[in-house]
Design a protein around this ligand. Structure first.
Ligand code: HEM
Ligand SMILES: CC(C)=CCC/C(C)=C/CC/C(C)=C/COP(=O)(O)OP(=O)(O)O
Length: 305
C-alpha cells in the first residue's frame, strides 16, 4: 500500500480508534478506577509495612491484586452505566456516555462488564480468598445496594454508595494480610467519611440534572443549606480518623490533620459564600486532591514505621 493510501487509511482509523478508546474509558469510568487503584495499592502497601513482609518477594501478588481490582471496579462501573441507561440521557453530565449515544450496544456493555467482573474476581481469589471475598462484597455493594436499590429511592443513597467506595483499600490489605486490624478499619472509615462531601459537592453543581432525572440526591431533596451542613458534619467525622494510623508517626498525623482542617475551613466558608456553585466546585476539586495526598502520605510514611 502506497504511503498516501496508508496515511489516509491511518487518518480514517485514527479518530475512530481514538473515539472508541475514549468511549471505552468512559464506560468503565477510568477516572474513578485509577483513583480507586491508589487506595487499593495503599491498603496493600500498608499491609506489607505493618506485617514486615517484603513486597519485592510478592510482585506477582501485587500484579494479581491491582489488575483484579481494576477489572472489578471497571466492570462494576460498566454495569452501573448499563443499569442507568434510562436516566443518563436526561443528565447533561452523562448523556455523552457510549451507553447513551448507542456507540456500545447493551449486550456488548453487559459482556464487557461480566467478563471484567469474572476475570477480576479470579485474579483477586488467586491473590487471596479474603481479597476475592471483599471484591465480591464491593461489587454487590456498588451494583446492587447502591445502583439498583438505593440510588433512585433514598436520599441516603450516597452513604450507601460509600460502602463500596471504601472497600478497595480493604481488598489491597486483604491480599497481603487476611486479618482486619485497626489500620484496616482506619482506611475503610477514612474513605467512607470522605465520599459524601466529595459527591455532595458535585450533586450541588448538578442539582437540576438529578432533579430532572428524579434521583433523590441530598441537594435535590433537602436543598443547599442542609447539604452544606451534611458536608461539614462528614468532614468533622473525618478529622479524628487519621489518628487510628498513629503508627505512621506524628508528621503524618500533622499533615493529614492540616489537609482535613483545610477542607473544614472551605466547608465553613460555604455558609457565607455568594456563589454556591463556585464554592461547590472548589469543594469537589479539594476532595480529589485531599484523597490523593492523604493516601500518598500514608504510602510514604509507612516506609519508616
Ligand atoms: C458515594 C461514592 C461516590 C460517588 C457518588 C461519586 C460520584 C462521582 C461522580 C458522579 C463523578 C463525576 C464523574 C463524571 O462526571 O463522569 C465523580 C468523579 C470522580 N470521583 Fe467520585 N464518587 C464516589 C466515590 C469515589 C471514590 C471512592 C473515589 C476514589 C477513591 C472517587 C474518585 C473520583 C474521581 C478521581 C473523580 C474525577 C475523575 C472523573 O471525573 O472521572 N469517587 N465521582
Ligand atoms: C470493589 C468495588 C467494585 C468498588 C467500587 C468503587 C467505586 C466505583 C466507587 C464509586 C462509588 C459510586 C457511588 C460512584 C458513583 O456512581 P454513580 O452512578 O452515582 O455515578 P454516575 O452518575 O456518574 O454514573
Amino acid at each position: 500500500m502506497s504511503n498516501d493510501r496508508a496515511l489516509t487509511a491511518a487518518r480514517k482509523t485514527g479518530p475512530v480508534t481514538n473515539s472508541f478508546l475514549k468511549d471505552f474509558l468512559a464506560l468503565i469510568k477510568i477516572g474513578i478506577v485509577n483513583s480507586n487503584l491508589v487506595t487499593t495499592f495503599t491498603g496493600m502497601w500498608l499491609a506489607f509495612q505493618f506485617t514486615g513482609l517484603h513486597f519485592l518477594q510478592y510482585l506477582d501478588l501485587i500484579a494479581y491484586t491491582m489488575l483484579g481490582a481494576a477489572l472489578i471496579i471497571g466492570g462494576s462501573a460498566a454495569m452501573n452505566n448499563y443499569i442507568d441507561q434510562d436516566i443518563d440521557p436526561i443528565m447533561k453530565r452523562t448523556k455523552a456516555r457510549p451507553t447513551v449515544t448507542g456507540r456500545f450496544k447493551p449486550n456488548i456493555v453487559l459482556t464487557i462488564s461480566l467478563s471484567f467482573l469474572i476475570v477480576g474476581e479470579i485474579l483477586l481469589f488467586t491473590a487471596s480468598i479474603v481479597a476475592g471475598m471483599w471484591g465480591l462484597i464491593g461489587i454487590l455493594a456498588y451494583v446492587v445496594l447502591y445502583t439498583i436499590w438505593a440510588k433512585r429511592r433514598f436520599v441516603s443513597n450516597t452513604v450507601v454508595g460509600s460502602i463500596s467506595g471504601a472497600i478497595p483499600p480493604i481488598i489491597g490489605w486483604a491480599a497481603v494480610d487476611p486479618t482486619f486490624s485497626w489500620e484496616t478499619l482506619a482506611l475503610f472509615l477514612i474513605m467512607f467519611a470522605w465520599q459524601p462531601p466529595h459527591f455532595y459537592a458535585l450533586a450541588m453543581k448538578r442539582k437540576n440534572e438529578y432533579s430532572a432525572a428524579n434521583i433523590p440526591m441530598l441537594p435535590v431533596v433537602k436543598g443547599f443549606r442542609r447539604t452544606k451542613i451534611s458536608m461539614l458534619l462528614w468532614i468533622l467525622l473525618l478529622i479524628p480518623l487519621p489518628f487510628l494510623l498513629y503508627k505512621l508517626g506524628i508528621v503524618f498525623l500533622v499533615l493529614a490533620t492540616l489537609l482535613n482542617l483545610g477542607w473544614l475551613c472551605l466547608a465553613i466558608s460555604g455558609f457565607s459564600t455568594k456563589d454556591d456553585i463556585k464554592w461547590a466546585n472548589k469543594m469537589f476539586v479539594y476532595s480529589l486532591n485531599h484523597m490523593t495526598t492523604t493516601f500518598v502520605l500514608m504510602i510514604i510514611f509507612a516506609i519508616f514505621i
